[in-house]
Design a protein around this ligand. Structure first.
Ligand code: SF4
Ligand code: SF4
Length: 436
């Protein structure tokens, strides 16, 4: 594949060509591919840092991960590393470190809030005043739930906060009543629609509309112009703001979202899954995970899920799930066809399930009847992609667009070593997958 792009762009040091940017080859001698690999590494490091941040919020850290983040950032400095192979090795090492940190975050979530349980979640508001919580920080959500207890205020999750409803020590709060909207990019519409306060705890946020700017709050790493920032976890200002707002009218919706499939919840179906595979009634498992975006191409995921034969299961994680989690996909003899594992960091649940499933079916991991489709938008999906490469996963589908920093040299490596495919159209991809 050949795309129209600058093969290189680097402007990180004083030697940069013409004082503007090295666009062909570095004045320092850095090759275009080395520059692209450094970008790849920095983007992946951003994702891993986000997971490390959320683990730290709950008091968990891993010195090995922290050490690696420092070293890998250092290697991208000017005049440190010109070696393409060494940079690729750093990418794989980052994939390994990202597995460590996702596992650490899962441990932190489970030890703090209990192991998730399959839970149906309401998708419309109940009458009364409310706060919508978006982002990924279960810690911020928990603190808000504690502080709003007994006030009559209802708390709603948005986007990637949906999996919170599956955790026993969060779902016990009766005022955690439902999930509103879909993936992150509907914020301007959703937050304007309901006169509730909004708390953004992490990505993804969009620049706010005037309609709700004065009732929106940010915390943690999030900041928006003109929006009140709350340092720490004292949310009394948010609660005070809600009390000045009108009540929201209750609405009914027939859609209920199912989330909360932990490793144990899936392994409870292990015997059934084995029988279904052996009897030919479960043909394939699709892992459809990652980030949603407003790009029209992302309709691919809805169409793909709708076209999947009824003898397939789908594991989801990340906000890409909103492309498919309101579809009526039914079940295979009591096993729901769509099993939501949680946030994008909960990809670790799927990765940890692979050896379990391989053992159960008596095959090697790469022989499992499994297809992985990664939807990517931002850099946490990049670190997840690197984790899959580190594990040697082959034949995964990536989309809707090829990351812009992947040049033809890097793409060649990804294709030759990992058989990575870019999603095309659901029908063609499905045909290829089901005949393999
Ligand atoms: S680090 Fe090298 S490639 Fe980057 S701006 Fe400086 S001279 Fe150019
Ligand atoms: S999965 Fe990715 S795109 Fe979606 S909210 Fe999380 S960070 Fe943002």
């Amino acid at each position: 594949m050949s795309r129209m792009h600058l093969d290189m762009f680097c402007y990180q040091c004083a030697m940069t060509a013409g004082g503007v940017g090295c666009t062909v080859r570095g004045v320092c001698g850095k090759s275009a591919t080395a520059a692209r690999l450094q970008d790849f590494l920095i983007f992946g490091l951003k994702g891993t840092s986000a997971y490390a941040y959320h683990a730290k919020e709950l008091g968990y850290s891993d010195p090995k991960v922290d050490e690696f983040i420092n070293e890998a950032m250092f290697t991208t400095l000017t005049n440190v590393n010109f070696d393409e192979k060494a940079l690729f090795d750093y990418l794989l090492k980052l994939g390994e470190m990202n597995i460590r940190v996702m596992r650490l975050l899962k441990k932190a979530h489970i030890e703090t809030y209990g192991e998730p349980e399959p839970t149906y979640v309401r998708t419309s508001p109940v009458k009364g005043r409310g706060i919508i919580v978006t982002g990924h920080s279960l810690k911020a959500l928990e603190e808000l739930l504690k502080q709003a207890e007994g006030t009559g205020i209802k708390i709603y999750t948005h986007s990637e906060m949906l999996p919170a409803h599956g955790y026993p020590k969060l779902k016990k709060y009766e005022h955690l009543v439902g999930n509103l909207g879909k993936a992150w990019h509907d914020q301007r519409w959703l937050f304007a629609r309901y006169p509730m306060a909004v708390l953004a705890t992490a990505n993804c946020v969009v620049l706010p509309a005037d309609a709700y700017r004065d009732r929106m709050f940010t915390t943690g790493p999030v900041a928006l112009p003109g929006v009140k920032y709350i340092r720490g976890h004292d949310f009394s200002e948010v609660i005070k703001k809600v009390q000045e707002l009108p009540e929201v009218q209750g609405e009914e919706s027939e859609v209920k979202l199912l989330t909360g499939f932990s490793r144990s919840a899936i392994l409870r179906h292990a015997k059934r899954i084995k029988e279904l595979v052996e009897e030919g009634r479960l043909r394939r498992i699709f892992v459809i995970g990652g980030c949603d975006s407003p790009l029209r191409e992302n309709n691919y995921y809805t169409e793909l899920a709708m076209k999947l034969p009824k003898d397939t299961l789908i594991l989801t994680m990340g906000c890409l799930k909103y492309r498919i989690n309101d579809l009526e996909l039914g079940d295979i003899e009591g096993v729901p066809r769509l099993l939501d594992l949680g946030q994008c960091n909960d990809t670790i649940v799927a990765l940890d399930l692979l050896p379990d499933l391989a053992k159960l079916l008596g095959v090697d991991i790469n022989e499992l009847p499994l297809t992985i489709v990664v939807g990517w938008l931002e850099q946490k999906a990049v670190s997840i992609l690197l984790s899959l490469l580190y594990l040697g996963v082959k034949g995964l589908y990536l989309g809707p667009r090829l990351p812009a920093w992947i040049n033809d040299d890097i793409l060649k490596i990804l294709r030759e070593r990992y058989d990575i495919k870019l999603v095309s159209d659901p029908e063609t991809d499905l045909k290829a997958v089901l005949k393999s």
